[in-house]
Design a protein around this ligand. Structure first.
Ligand code: BES
Ligand code: MN
Ligand code: ZN
Length: 506
């Protein structure tokens, strides 16, 4: 889909999307169009259940008085100009999230309508009008993502028809200037979505490491460690998880140096289990295919590093991903095995399906040992239990640092990728004490996401740290306004925003 910005005038072909606020109140361009069509919009609203609620759409086909194929009235929600709207005033960023949702909604409504040209005029006013227009387009672009490379027999009627989207705004010159950075941002998000969507026979540790190397093109320094290097470093926990696989485990270190060399880096660490069968503690067959996206945390770290580099963020950032395949085989680790981590601490592997924390233990230790970062944030599809706790609405946030946690919560609200803070504490930590080793890799069923976080915290050495359990967020079984069902790339926007708002040099 080609996206462009243009000056406010009535288009002469295709579909024209105009806005209406709650209470069927037509926005300025919609009013003009209503007069042109001798009240077609007003009549259509009266004859339907359309109220103007955000993201509602109402189509009028082949309207008379204009050469358009159709007019679509898009609900804008509460009128910010009205007193009622002001009561519900939300902060500026949440406004952008809402505009993106409108863009996504109009894309979904028109993508397969038969229309190839769509023009939008929502009459959003004020000094930020161009920025608002860009976010409507950005939302449409994010919603238009499809992973269909393996569909060789797609029927033409299943393909989108929408080819060109034009957003009209008085200050279209500013919008045109802002758009390329947003387009490249969308490409970073789509890169993550592609990696997470790929099946386990295509994305395995070495092939995912190859994808990381592509970041060299935008200026990221990429190093890949294999079994030999990790053995030397003593990464017995990570290597234990991968030892049952025919695919060699990898640890990838990505560095973006956008600030001066003396500035301590910030660090992001991702769980990259390219397929999680559970190992000898094997998972049931039902839905096991979902475990192709058990590398979602690493997918997000990779897309984030690409994004920080391509927008030349004024920050030093390190991204580390631990890439393993968790398989049952003659060489697989056994329940009861005791492994030694890079930190020197030993772990009794009670359940080989609690593998993500073993990978993170060594990846996090390596990260702080080598880079002494300002903070570390890890992302992992770590526990089914976090889905029981929070559903698919928020990622679980665990942190030893209130400032970092609060910043993550605020960044979540600003981007729509929300997180919910969960507790940590000694009482939970006790649950993973082992009789045979320094700790075991599972507690009992109680507080499963929290004991997993406690395990990870044992590998954080007095440094601000946050853990995001994204098991409920990395994949969506439903279409969302700006995220079609499938891989979500959850965390790329959250963390790009965190960096931009709090950690970039001025
Ligand atoms: N990758 C899974 C967690 C998961 C489950 C992610 C469902 C997404 C959807 C993880 O490795 C795992 O198997 N966790 C176990 C831990 C248990 C053995 C303590 C779980 O959550 O059941
Ligand atoms: Mn597992
Ligand atoms: Zn897993």
């Amino acid at each position: 889909m080609r996206i462009s910005f243009s000056k406010l005038e009535l288009p002469v072909k295709g579909a024209f999307v105009v806005g209406a606020y709650e209470g069927k109140k037509l926005a300025a361009t919609a009013q003009k169009l209503d007069r042109r069509t001798r009240g077609a919009l007003t009549r259509a609203m009266a004859a339907s259940r359309f109220t103007g609620k955000a993201k509602q759409t109402l189509s009028i086909l082949a309207p008379s008085g204009v050469r358009l194929n159709r007019i679509v009235i898009l609900g804008l929600g509460k009128d910010p100009g009205s007193a009622k709207g002001k009561d519900n005033a939300v902060d500026e960023e949440a406004v952008l999230v809402r505009l993106e949702a409108l863009g996504g909604a109009l894309y979904a409504d028109l993508a397969r309508s038969g229309e190839s040209d769509v023009t939008v005029a929502l009459d959003i006013e004020g000094p930020e009008a161009a920025h608002c227009a860009v976010h409507v387009a950005f939302g449409a672009r994010l919603r238009s993502y499809r992973f269909d490379k393996y569909k060789t027999k797609q029927k033409p009627e299943d393909r989108p028809t929408l080819a060109r989207l034009t957003v009209l705004v008085d200050d279209f010159a500013t919008a045109r200037k802002l758009w390329p950075t947003h387009e490249r941002y969308a490409e970073s998000i789509e890169f993550t979505r592609d990696l997470v969507s790929e099946p386990g026979n295509i994305i395995f540790p070495k092939s995912l490491a190859e994808q990381c190397k592509k970041l060299g093109e935008v200026g990221v320094a990429v190093e890949v460690l294999g079994i030999k290097e990790m053995t030397k470093l003593g990464m017995g926990a990570l290597l234990g998880v991968g030892q049952g696989s025919a695919q060699e485990s990898q640890l990838v270190v990505m560095q973006w140096k956008g600030a001066d060399a003396k500035t301590k880096p910030i660090a992001f660490v991702g769980k990259g289990v390219t397929f999680d069968t559970g190992g000898i503690s094997i998972k049931p067959a039902q839905n096991m295919e979902d475990m192709k996206w058990d590398m979602g945390g690493s997918g997000t770290v990779i897309g984030l590093m690409r994004q920080l580099a391509q927008r030349k963020a004024r920050v030093n950032a390190v991204g580390i991903v631990g890439l393993v395949e968790n398989m049952p085989s003659a060489t697989a680790q056994r329940p009861g095995d005791i492994v030694k981590t890079m930190s020197g601490q030993t772990v009794e592997v009670i359940n080989t399906d609690a593998e993500g924390r073993l990978v993170l233990a060594d990846a996090l230790w390596y990260c702080q040992d080598r880079f002494k970062p300002q903070f570390m944030i890890d992302l992992a599809t770590l526990t089914g239990a976090i889905i029981i706790s929070l559903g698919h609405e928020h990622a679980g946030l665990f942190s030893n640092d209130d400032e970092l946690a609060d910043r993550l919560i605020a960044s979540g609200k600003a981007t729509g990728e929300t997180v919910w803070r969960m507790p940590l504490g000694e009482a939970y930590d006790k649950a993973i004490d082992s009789d045979a080793a320094d700790m075991k890799n599972v507690g009992n069923r109680a507080g499963g996401s929290i004991t997993a976080a406690q395990f990870i915290q044992r590998f954080v050495n007095k440094l601000p740290w946050a853990h995001l359990d994204i098991a409920g967020m990395a994949w969506s079984s439903k279409d969302k306004p700006t995220v079609p069902k499938g891989a979500t790339a959850f965390g790329v926007r959250l963390l790009d925003r965190l960096v931009a708002k709090y950690y970039e040099a001025s």
